[in-house]
Ligand binder design. Structure first.
Ligand code: GLN
Ligand code: ZN
Length: 754
């Protein structure tokens, strides 16, 4: 008999982003809730049928969401903050108010905050629990309705719910009560859910608990045990439904024994990212439980090497009887695009190396059946070298020495030299790089891409924009100027398309959050620069003014983190290859008279390992040097800036200082300037511009407000090291508010100097 197979979750946004477009139309009032529901129903049915066609034995339901599964869970458990509930909107509108914000006849509320989902580029909505929150199963039960919907299509599914431990661990608590105070309520509500699912014909209920792969303290372990002891007991008392615990994104070393002892009917472990999963099995696995063995990578886009997977499987079989093993994806397929079939422009020779969600379903089927033909085809695919090495890249890498990673002279020496060269005022003012990407800017790029205007026309328009932008900055009185980034849409796409080794897809979208999708490019082979990437724009901008214009690049770690990486060479090696390409650009900018160069590392923290013990050896120890590799060779007089955003950096401040940039600008305005304490404690030596206002809102900050923020900063940062800037690029803003905000920013710096 073929081994059974299981999927943790399937993409839901739609092959052509149907859900995104329908939801956005619904937000604008262009379609009704029924029409949106209809689209959703089609998408769910598509996913279930695809999985059924591939013979998947455990097909999930409730993996669909109109926005996010964490928020679904909050609504399922009745943890809806009063300010949304009291709007008295329909359930769907209330859900969207919490996920997306609401401004209308019923009131005006902001959305709940969002955070990165473990080590993925997906973002979940952070549930908010107050002392008054009463956990109870919602009447409006999407778990039940989606299960029944699949059943009416003739498909028996496994309802998958984010487990109470993960839910409570990731939630914020606004009052005195903490996670422990809500554990019993969750167990009650979820046992009622299990009962109703069982009545509706479900054989299984599955709890997804990715938070079990994080570092777990004793009190967190106690929370986990108290939830599941009670939940399992309650479910067993009422029904015969089987209970599965699903984990992913790593191994569960801190609670493995406890998990095994709890009496689950199935346990899902990740053998791709879970480095210790196999050795945990060695210590025992419950005799009568199924093992959902996550062996097909749910996150990357590469074909599985069946020989390797079968070796892994035979190792697993040493500890778990074959009939109890179910082949599974390592995590939800939400993190990969739908199908390679939509990529018409990529040749078959390349495409055969890719496996997106639907291809991964076939992989599960083929691995489970042991189909000879599939095995031998797969063997052939992996026998030959996939790509040829780029010998000049290889040579450059092999010739790297310690010196390539160390900038000389050291920081304080450079600081002195640069003070002499630039003679900037105290509290120099600058911006992060981009200026408003107004409709005309986007239209110009689109027309060029489409071929309806010539390159000359395209360039002429952008030059005009740059000249205007420089004039504006001069009029406002900023000290260090930028060219405005009118030629860029997405920063990784901009650089990736000018690098050898990158492949761009047509339709390989993955959900980043809510209705927002990203289309990461794929690193296919060794990376090198096709030619100069930014020099012409920067030189033109510099020619327009006597003030200094910053060159503007994206750093290697960010480019890597926002791409689908190769899996045949290490991330470290890929980061170094990209770093060498960016280094060439840095040196070209310098040669062409650009005196300050900013190298953005917006996504530096993104791939930081989930367990603290792994931070250095698995990530920071190559990521930080990769950044230094980019700028180590510039002259002492050339000032290197970097910029970071999207997360809190307090716990890696020392490592950031080790990047050895001369100046760093941070997104800090929303994090209540907590970062300032961290800077002070770490004796941060890099000059620093913590953002003085939030660019995500159209609000214009007053001079007073900015001055107050700066005064606060001066309590923690030496006045000689403080820069004044917004907290991120201005591309999503309009011209009007941008001008006013920057005028106020410059005025605040002036008053402070006085
Ligand atoms: N220089 C970029 C900009 O201003 C930085 C973008 C970012 O931090 N995400 O748009
Ligand atoms: Zn930013």
């Amino acid at each position: 008999m073929a081994t059974r197979t299981s999927v943790i979750g399937f993409p839901r946004i739609g092959k052509n982003r149907e859900l995104k477009f329908a939801a956005e139309k619904f937000f604008k009032g262009e379609i009704t809730a029924e029409e949106l529901e209809k689209t959703a129903k089609e998408l769910r049915s598509y996913g279930w049928k695809k999985q059924a066609e591939c013979g998947i034995s455990f097909i999930p339901s409730n993996d669909f969401s109109f926005y996010d599964n964490m928020l679904d869970t909050a609504f399922l458990l009745g943890a809806v903050p009063e300010r949304y509930a009291s709007l008295s909107l329909s359930p769907l509108e209330t859900f969207f108010a919490a996920s997306h914000g609401y401004q209308g006849a019923a009131g005006d509320v902001k959305a709940l905050p969002m955070k990165k989902w473990f080590n993925t580029n997906y973002h979940y909505i952070v549930p908010e629990i107050s002392d008054d929150t009463k956990i109870s199963l919602s009447q409006n039960n999407k778990v039940l309705s989606e299960f029944s919907e699949a059943r009416s299509l003739g498909i028996q599914t496994v309802p998958d719910i984010i487990g109470a431990y993960t839910f409570l661990r990731l939630a914020t608590f606004t009052g005195k009560k903490a996670a422990e105070d809500f554990a019993a309520g969750c167990a009650d509500a979820l046992s009622s859910l299990a009962e109703s699912l069982s009545k509706a014909g479900a054989e299984w209920i599955r709890f997804s608990e990715p938070a079990l792969v994080l570092d777990i303290s004793d009190s967190q372990k106690a929370l986990f045990l108290s939830i599941y002891k009670s939940l399992i007991q309650k479910i067993r008392a009422k029904t015969k439904i089987k209970i599965a615990l699903q984990t992913y994104f790593g191994d569960v070393r801190d609670v493995y024994k406890e998990i095994c002892a709890l009496g689950f009917d199935a346990i899902g472990l990740d053998f791709v990212e879970g480095k210790e999963s196999l050795s945990l099995l060695e210590s025992g696995f419950p005799n009568d439980a199924l093992l959902f063995a996550g062996i097909v990578n749910g996150k990357n886009i590469w074909r599985s090497d069946y020989a390797k997977k079968n070796t892994l499987l035979s190792q697993i079989k040493n500890f778990v009887p074959e009939e109890n093993i179910v082949l599974s994806t390592s995590c939800s397929l939400l993190h990969v695009p739908y199908t390679t079939q939509a990529e018409e422009k990529i040749s078959g020779d390349i495409k055969k190396h890719f496996a997106f969600a639907e291809e991964k379903l076939s992989e599960l089927a083929e691995l489970s059946s042991g189909d000879e033909k599939a095995l031998s085809e797969n063997k052939k695919l992996f026998e030959s070298e996939r790509v040829f090495k780029n010998m000049s890249v290889q040579k450059a890498l092999s010739e790297l020495t310690e010196d390539d990673f160390v900038r000389k002279p050291d920081f304080s020496e450079r600081e002195k030299i640069q003070r002499g060269v630039f003679s900037l005022p105290l509290f120099p003012t600058t911006t992060i790089g981009s200026f408003p990407q107004t409709a005309d800017v986007r239209a110009n790029r689109a027309a060029y891409k489409k071929g309806t205007i010539t390159k000359e026309q395209y360039v002429a328009f952008n030059r005009e924009k740059i000249a205007e932008c420089i004039k504006l900055q001069e009029r406002i009185g900023l000290d260090v100027l930028v060219h405005g980034e009118f030629e860029r849409n997405d920063m990784v796409e901009y650089f990736g398309s000018q690098l050898y080794g990158y492949i761009f897809t047509q339709n390989a979208w993955v959900q980043s959050y809510g209705t927002r999708c990203v289309k990461p490019p794929i690193i296919w082979s060794d990376v090198s620069r096709k030619g100069q990437m930014t020099v012409e724009w920067s030189v033109f901008a510099q020619e327009q003014t006597k003030k200094i214009v910053k060159g503007m690049l994206t750093g290697p770690v960010t480019i890597l983190n926002w791409s689908f990486p190769r899996d045949d060479i290490s991330l470290k090696e890929q980061a170094q290859q990209i770093a060498l390409a960016i280094r060439d650009e840095v040196l070209d900018l310098e040669k062409n008279g650009i005196k300050i160069i900013q190298i953005d590392e917006a996504a530096l923290r993104e791939k930081l390992p989930l367990r603290k013990a792994d931070w250095h050896k698995e990530y920071l120890d190559w990521a930080i040097p990769a950044f230094r590799l980019v700028h180590a060779k510039v002259k002492a007089e050339t000032q290197i800036h970097t910029h970071m955003c999207y997360s809190e950096f307090n716990d890696i401040i020392r490592e950031i200082d080790d990047m050895d940039a001369d100046v760093i600008t941070f997104e800090a305005s929303r994090a209540d300037l907590k970062i300032l304490d961290a800077l002070k404690d770490a004796h941060f030596r890099t000059e620093v511009g913590p953002g003085v206002y939030d660019i995500h809102s159209a609000r214009v900050p007053s001079v007073e407000e900015i001055k107050t923020a700066l005064e606060k900063m001066l309590l923690k940062v030496s006045k000689k090291k403080l820069w004044v800037n917004p907290d991120c690029g201005l591309k999503t803003r309009g011209n009007k508010e941008t001008e006013k905000a920057l005028e106020n920013l410059v005025e605040a710096a002036r008053q402070l100097r006085a």
